[in-house]
Design a protein around this ligand. Structure first.
Ligand code: PAF
Length: 281
């Protein structure tokens, strides 16, 4: 027998619905336009939690003024039917006013970890992410929350925020889900035309080339970054925004890899900005 999925809009409704759910509660925060990557988080949440909640909210405060907020892909009906099929118990689909009350002026912001990488090229992005995730944690009071490794810096920043603010939430980071040709799943892949979609495999190819070199003994972070640059430069539709080989915990750029490292990059394929990463070591 399929149980009914509760779909709510306002914060009091979330709190009331959450109160009816048996714990532990798992939360999967999303911006919608769901794909297999999101569904893998839902499945993992269902494995380890008695109840699963999902939020669908395209959070305006994490988009820069020149970014893709207005054209960010949306498909609420499709998302809800995927979540119903996946056996989710509660979905919150707030409007902006349900999340940001009039006169809003309180932010959550993580310091050093948000300075490099995405933080350097998307000023204000992580302040928007941590603020909305803190609000989601307050609304749902989940026992566990699930995020994807594809957004590696976001995962690190949310873990830090949760520790620093003593949220009683266990943060679980789940592996990146990829298409058959290696492209990391992302709602933004929908922007790619067929030619760009083919070129977009260059992120995976570049990371794989560097990983192979690393596994053959090359621990020089500069070499690995150069290998990525070289692979991206050979793809006419792609333009590298940054490549980083950084310490996995501090995200500080490395010269030599000794412990665990995060190899990450951002690439424009046509006008679409894509990110991806591998963990080395
Ligand atoms: O990863 C995302 O989709 C968003 O950044 C998140 C965590 C749902 C916050 O808006």
């Amino acid at each position: 027998m399929t149980k009914t999925m509760m779909i709510v809009k306002t914060l009091p409704e979330v709190r009331q619905a959450r109160g009816k759910l048996p714990g532990p509660l798992g939360l999967v925060p999303t911006m919608g336009y769901l794909h297999e990557g999101h569904l893998s988080l839902v499945r993992r949440a269902k494995e380890v939690c008695a109840s699963v909640a999902v939020s669908i909210f395209v959070n305006p405060t994490q988009f820069g003024p020149k970014e893709d907020l207005s054209r960010y892909p949306r498909n609420l009906e499709g998302d809800l039917s995927l979540l119903r099929e996946a056996g989710v118990d509660l979905v919150w689909t707030p409007d902006n006013e349900d999340v940001y009350p009039p006169g809003f002026q309180t932010w959550v912001s993580v310091e050093n970890l948000t300075l490099p990488l995405e933080g350097a090229v998307r000023p204000g992005h992580f302040r928007g992410v941590t603020t909305v995730v803190a609000k989601l944690f307050n609304a749902f009071t989940p026992d566990r929350a699930f995020f994807g490794q594809k957004d590696a810096q976001q995962a690190a920043v949310i873990r830090r925020m949760s520790l620093d603010l003593n949220f009683p939430v266990e943060i679980e980071i789940c592996p990146t889900v990829r298409e058959a040709d290696g492209l990391a799943m992302s709602s933004r892949n929908a922007y790619l035309n067929p030619q760009e979609r083919q070129s977009a495999t260059v992120l995976f190819r570049a990371l794989s080339a560097a990983k192979t070199a690393f596994e053959h003994g090359d621990k020089d972070a500069g070499h690995l970054r150069a290998l990525v640059e070289f692979t991206i430069a050979a793809e006419p539709l792609a333009r590298l925004q940054y490549v980083s080989c950084a310490d996995f915990d501090s995200l500080e750029e490395l010269e030599q890899i000794r412990g665990r490292a995060l190899l990450s990059l951002a690439v424009f394929v046509g006008d679409t900005r894509l990110i991806d990463n591998f963990i080395l070591g």
